[in-house]
Ligand binder design. Structure first.
Ligand SMILES: Cc1ncc(COP(=O)(O)O)c(C=O)c1O
Length: 392
């Protein structure tokens, strides 16, 4: 192994949201944070080195985006996802959450219904509601182990032509990597009913054995024409604080509307270190990712076995991708509203409460297992002790 993912790094004193919030704001000083989606691993050395080199210059004026920035993303999408795109299909954004907000404002009107597949990453709700649009829920189906899309419900929920659907693919927090069949079915509906799809594919590179990510827009020309795809190296290479991502659409009309909206929001120039980090990650981070993926998957196996054998009241929903997973804690018999507090105060482990992603997740928490195995073990042992103490 070239990279040491077992190395435990001290993030105290780095103003990390993940670490500061439960420890300093919620005042559980030794809490293990397993909530917001960044990992406790150093970024690929090529990224650190590129930023160090740029930082050493000492002048941090307004940047231009070099052609090599776009080329790194173009090559990545072709190599890893078999998707051929060109530079004029792409626009930079300070983040995917920003992009979702721009899309809502660019492509819908106040009062319009925007479809999301709940439970889902909570900024999807905010992007719709904070801009005066209505959330239209197309809830996922859950059979106790696995989530699937409900296409009949989706067809019923479509108001009319041109409506927007925000897709999460792979899906946070349910951990599904949508199959080609599922995406093709969704695609047929989108084309037949004239849906506009904003496809948030930020987790596209974090896929486990036996699964494959399919870029929605690559499935048919008709679908490409009605899709804006959101991509980023931020989850893949653990650089979300660099605030640099991109959207891709072969429909020049959609892309122009997106760019106009971003400009109205005041975003034009990027961020010096974000531009450098984005390019270095896509151009030189691949072998790091190829070692990270089996490490994360071993964390999945480890957690699944530990919980099954030692904490039977908590059911692990095995993810097919992402470093996030749901724990179904309904078997603990706790009030849903008290669940996350129980884990924080009694186990001293901080998760994301399931209800943040929709009322469907009452009694669930979301765990972020993107951390060294030793930290994961410590967290699981704390959970085991706290759960045993309530007789479960
Ligand atoms: C589905 C999804 N979209 C977007 C984001 C955040 O993107 P950004 O930091 O680029 O705004 C996350 C972070 O967890 C996510 O899970």
């Amino acid at each position: 192994m070239k990279y040491d993912f077992d190395k435990v790094l001290d993030r105290n004193g780095t103003e990390s949201l993940k670490w500061v919030y439960p420890r300093k704001v919620l005042k559980v000083e030794d809490a293990i944070p397993m909530w917001v989606a960044d990992m406790d691993f150093e970024a690929p050395p090529a990224v650190v080195e590129a930023i160090r080199r740029r930082a050493a210059h000492g002048i941090y004026g307004y940047p231009l985006v070099p052609p090599s920035f776009w080329q790194a993303a173009i090559d990545w999408l072709k190599r890893r996802h078999g998707w051929e795109v060109t530079k004029d299909w792409m626009a930079m954004t300070p983040g995917i959450v920003a992009a979702l907000n721009y899309c809502v404002r660019a492509f819908t009107k106040p009062g319009d219904g925007v479809i999301i597949q709940t439970p889902v990453y909570f900024p999807f709700f905010h992007a719709v509601e904070n801009n005066g649009r209505r959330v239209v829920r197309n809830p996922l189906r859950f059979d106790g182990c696995r989530y699937t899309m409900d296409f009949e419900d989706l067809e019923r929920k479509i108001d009319g032509p041109g409506q927007m659907l925000i897709l999460c693919s792979p899906h946070n927090p349910v951990g599904r990597v949508w199959t080609r069949d599922e995406l093709e079915t969704l695609g047929l509906i989108a084309v037949a009913r004239d849906l506009l799809v904003i496809s948030d594919e930020i987790h596209a590179d974090l896929i486990y054995a036996g699964h494959r990510h399919h870029v929605l827009a690559s499935l048919s020309p008709g679908l490409a024409d009605r899709t804006v795809t959101c991509i980023a190296p931020s989850k893949t290479f653990n650089i979300p604080g660099l605030s640099t991502a991109a959207v891709v659409s072969s429909n020049s009309g959609l892309l122009k509307k997106f760019e106009d909206e971003a400009e109205r929001a005041g975003f034009e120039l990027g961020q010096v270190f974000g531009i450098v980090g984005f390019e270095a990650a896509y151009a030189h981070g691949e072998d790091w990712l190829d070692e990270l993926l089996p490490y994360l998957e071993a964390n999945v196996d480890f957690m699944e076995k530990f919980l099954e054998e030692r904490v039977p009241g908590v059911r692990f929903i095995r993810p097919e991708g992402t470093y996030l997973a749901l724990l179904d804690c309904r078997g603990l018999g706790l009030e849903p509203a008290a669940l996350n507090d129980f884990f924080l105060k009694k186990a001293r482990v901080y998760f994301s409460d399931g209800t943040m992603f929709g009322s469907e997740l009452e009694g669930f928490v979301r765990i972020n297992f993107g951390c060294p195995r030793a930290l994961l073990l410590e967290a699981l042992e704390r959970i085991e002790r706290a759960v045993k103490a309530i007789g479960k």
